[in-house]
Design a protein around this ligand. Structure first.
Ligand code: GAF
Length: 392
């Protein structure tokens, strides 16, 4: 029997009706573009969250986790409201709350995860998506997957209070094995782009062991800066900036509003210029990477990953010392490129390297960490894997 199903039986004394799985993700490129209506290119990891579940007819949602045995949650579906649940349970409870209007009722859930938490690999989105699939199947609800991604995002935004974009939930639900997902976050249209890792090239995920959380104020501050820049430029979102030099010039000319921005507690024009520079060039980098992948030139993608890292470090200012050190060490050891992934301020980096440099890259990063007296990083093979699915 499936391990998660067996754990459900131990916890609840009956069999689950099924087990559902949703993967974590790594974003190949397209960072901080999703909430600017831009382009992203994530792929699913071979690790994720499994949920064993069964309906119950008393209108109660009961949540337990193998990774947090001490902190379960029991709440009436009718009592679900933002603020009613906290801790890890806020994510599955938020999904049940968002699905309530679709007729979803009580259920018992047992959660099991092999994703490192705080590693910036989307463990919260994986938990939301596995829960969403489970509850939909249990209650015969059949939304399409893009709609389900929006529902899970709404749960995270409105129920958990985390102002994330749509990338992570879309990646978990829409990715397919061997591919990255090109998602246009404005139109919602997506395409599968082959990401063939053969014997020659490897993608390595390095958990920098600096914990990442989106709940800190910096992520929300970046979103607010992007929205403010869009307002000053008179566009709906930074996706609409087609002429970067003119946009930067307009923001420079907006130096008079600078005193206004200061009075209103906002950032000055130079900060907004840097944010715009990152977002606009990042959309171009996504398009360039997609072009290279479609041309079968994965090795050439490395330089663009590194350019993305520098932009996130210097223009968007969301990198952190462990990420910068790990990227530098990987490049010194001959990697083709590397960059921080996700929201920033902690989490993981991704490195593209010739397979025969893999050991040298790992050793170089480990040595750089040891020199600084930091706890050793963790390495994960980044194999583009299948999206969320029912396991049994
Ligand atoms: C986090 C968010 F959840 C995503 O929506 C995205 O904005 C990402 O940071 C940055 O690209 O993972």
């Amino acid at each position: 029997m499936n391990h998660t199903a067996a754990a459900f039986e131990d916890a609840y004394g009956r069999s689950p009706e099924g087990v559902w799985h949703a993967p974590g993700r790594v974003n190949l490129i397209g960072e901080h573009t999703d909430y600017n209506d831009g382009l992203v290119l994530p792929f699913a990891l071979p690790r994720g969250v499994s949920v064993a579940a069964a309906r119950r007819d008393d209108g109660v949602l009961e949540l337990r986790s193998l990774q947090a045995a001490a902190s379960g949650c029991r709440v009436r579906i009718d009592d679900l409201a933002p603020g009613a649940v906290d801790g890890w349970a806020v994510y599955p409870a938020g999904v049940a709350w968002a699905l309530r209007e679709h007729g979803v009722g009580g259920a018992s859930l047992l959660v099991d995860s092999d994703l490192p938490q705080g590693a910036g690999l989307s463990s919260s989105a994986a938990l939301e998506c596995a829960t969403a699939l489970a509850l939909c199947d249990l209650y015969g609800v059949e939304p399409d997957r893009a709609e389900l991604a929006r529902l899970a995002q709404r749960a995270e935004n409105e129920f958990a209070g985390v102002p994330c974009g749509i990338m992570d939930q879309s990646a978990s639900l829409l990715c397919t094995a061997g591919h990255a997902l090109l998602l246009d976050c404005r139109s919602g249209l997506s395409a599968q782009v082959p990401l063939p890792l053969g014997e020659d090239l490897s993608l390595l995920v390095v958990d920098t062991r600096a914990a990442h959380a989106l709940t800190g104020g910096e992520y929300a501050a970046r979103r607010a800066e992007c929205e403010q820049a869009a307002r000053l430029l008179g566009v709906d979102s930074l996706r609409d900036v087609t002429d970067l030099p003119s946009a930067l010039e307009s923001l420079r000319a907006a130096r008079r509003p600078r005193s206004f921005l200061r009075r209103s507690g906002g950032p000055d024009a130079a900060v907004l210029q840097r944010r715009v520079q990152h977002v606009v060039t990042e959309n171009h980098r996504v398009e360039a990477v997609v072009g290279l992948l479609r041309a079968g030139a994965l090795a050439e993608v490395g330089a663009i990953l590194t350019a993305c890292h520098l932009s996130l470090r210097d223009q968007f200012e969301v990198s952190w010392p462990e990420a910068d050190t790990a990227v530098d060490a990987a490049l010194r050891a001959g990697a083709r490129g590397g960059r921080m992934v996700g929201g920033g301020f902690g989490g993981s980096i991704i490195v593209l390297t010739a397979a025969d440099r893999l050991d040298a890259v790992r050793d170089s990063i480990t040595a750089a960490y040891a020199e600084r007296g930091w706890a050793a990083p963790a390495f994960l093979d980044a194999v583009p894997s299948a999206g969320a699915r029912r396991l049994s």
